[in-house]
Design a protein around this ligand. Structure first.
Ligand SMILES: Nc1ncnc2c1ncn2[C@@H]1O[C@H](COP(=O)(O)OP(=O)(O)OP(=O)(O)O)[C@@H](O)[C@H]1O
Ligand SMILES: [Mg+2]
Length: 434
């Protein structure tokens, strides 16, 4: 690990940006001839001390002599801390004084964490580095609202959690909210506000007053808000992702989180996209979305290894992974089935020609039932043909909107020859055809 990244957890409890700045001023007053600002080493040692590490422990982590750290601290950081906290020169007798004095001086922050312990565990995340880097880069720039869109089991929640954990220390507050059980907005906002520090008191218990209070908070503090399973409060059968009638006020929440200026970061996961999540592809857009596709062969193969499929079947793994379009959950389910019913023999499973069964069928069921009539009708039309169909030949009055919605849900795919169903959906719809 690079030295600059050591002891980063200190950011969760200390206001590091303000400390670096104020200590830099103190340093400048003591040593005006030195270059302005703390050096990377000074910052690292400060974080180490704040986390309760002794100079000897810091030296071990930095892989240098303890004496070197001790000398550097007494010639530098200890003196800046005395100056900043109004102590006499050389008053500092113990390295523990640093954290104690800075805490008294008000540099310690307590991060508010709401529902953070309800976040599911992510056992292992294979691949997804490109997506993580992309999301981090967006959020570090002008973007304050990202959504991760993709079909069931593609790994949206796992990705959002990994992102949130990696970024968590940069925020004053962190909030996790699953919408799976369709909570009323009043209850959600009511709980958040009751757990945020006392200064956020809405004018009333009405959701719009709660929302105003929340937006004020998010403007003044830097929070990370993760909203999981947005599709749960979208109505089924809608081509544009409308909200369930009794959850229509969520639209205003998402709109304000995306459109109003604030210094917080919002991450939303959803199986379906709508206007509030749509954003723009422009580089400086405050609202952006990531369409989460399947894992590539290398990363998906790690799932099959983890599920203990024998190496002997490896020549057929590629076909299996392509069949399920790199969907991690489907691959886990299918690997378990192959293990259980086909003694781990991928070829025998593929030879059987059935890709859609049990829990995989259940996953598609969930998505199919939510489709509009237009989408279902078009799926049937496409399923009746073995070959891809160009858009001109799809006969339906709502063809454009429906095809676009189906593409957004990754149920169909596009090639130069036209549109076709992904294999599992093809099998599913053909089973459903009269
Ligand atoms: N990159 C990955 N590497 C390994 N396992 C993964 C990966 N992505 C997802 N999984 C596994 O696949 C399963 C589904 O992942 P997850 O719950 O994140 O999907 P989702 O897109 O949020 O699904 P849903 O739409 O149902 O909410 C989980 O068991 C998860 O551990
Ligand atoms: Mg999920």
């Amino acid at each position: 690990m690079a030295t600059e990244q050591l002891f980063e957890q200190a950011a969760a409890q200390w206001n590091l940006a303000r400390l670096y700045e104020d200590l830099a001023k103190a340093k400048h007053e003591l040593m005006p001839h030195k270059q302005y600002g703390l050096t990377d080493s000074e910052k690292t040692r400060l974080r180490g001390l704040l986390l309760g590490n002794s100079p000897a422990e810091i030296a071990t982590q930095q892989i240098i002599e303890t004496r070197t750290v001790e000398v550097a601290l007494s010639q530098g950081l200890y003196r800046y801390v005395e100056r900043l906290t109004g102590r006499d020169r050389n008053a500092l007798e113990n390295w523990r004084d640093v954290a104690e004095w800075l805490e008294i001086a008000g540099y310690r922050t307590t991060q508010v964490a709401i529902n953070w312990d309800q976040m599911p565990d992510v056992a292992a995340l294979y691949g997804r580095q490109v997506e993580l880097d992309q999301l981090k880069q967006w959020l570090a720039g002008t973007c304050r609202f990202v959504s991760i869109i993709g079909p069931a089991g593609m790994g949206k929640t796992s990705l959002a959690i990994t992102l949130a954990k990696a970024m968590q220390t940069q925020f004053d507050g962190v909030i996790w909210q699953s919408l799976r059980y369709q909570p009323a907005l009043e209850n959600v906002l009511g709980q958040w506000l009751s757990e945020l520090p006392n200064d956020v008191i809405p004018h009333s218990d009405e959701w719009y007053d709660q929302l105003t209070a929340l937006m004020t908070y998010l403007r003044e503090h830097r929070c990370l808000v993760v909203i999981d399973n947005l599709e749960s409060i979208l109505t089924s059968g809608s081509l544009v992702g409308d909200y369930e009638p009794n959850h229509a006020n969520y639209r205003e929440l998402l709109k304000q989180l995306g459109e109003q200026p604030h210094q917080s970061c919002i991450v939303v996961t959803s199986r379906e996209r709508n206007r509030e999540l749509a954003g723009s592809r422009a580089a400086n857009s405050p609202v952006r979305y990531l369409e989460l596709g399947g894992l590539n062969y290398q990363d998906a193969a790690q799932i099959l290894v983890a599920e203990r499929l024998p190496d002997s079947g490896k020549p057929h793994w590629k076909r299996l992974i392509t069949q399920y379009r790199g969907n991690p959950l489907m691959l886990r389910i299918v690997a378990m089935t192959i293990q259980e019913l086909f003694d781990g023999d991928v070829y025998r499973f593929l030879d059987r020609g059935i890709t859609m069964f049990g829990d995989i069928k259940y996953l598609i069921d969930q998505q199919y039932e939510r489709l509009s009539d237009a989408e279902q009708e078009i799926l049937c039309q496409l399923a009746a043909q073995a070959e891809p169909i160009p858009i001109e030949e799809v006969e339906h009055p709502r063809c454009l909107a429906a095809i676009s919605a189906l593409l957004g849900k990754s149920l169909i795919e596009k090639s130069a020859a036209g549109f076709t169903l992904i294999p599992v959906v093809m099998e599913y719809v053909r089973d459903h055809l009269p």
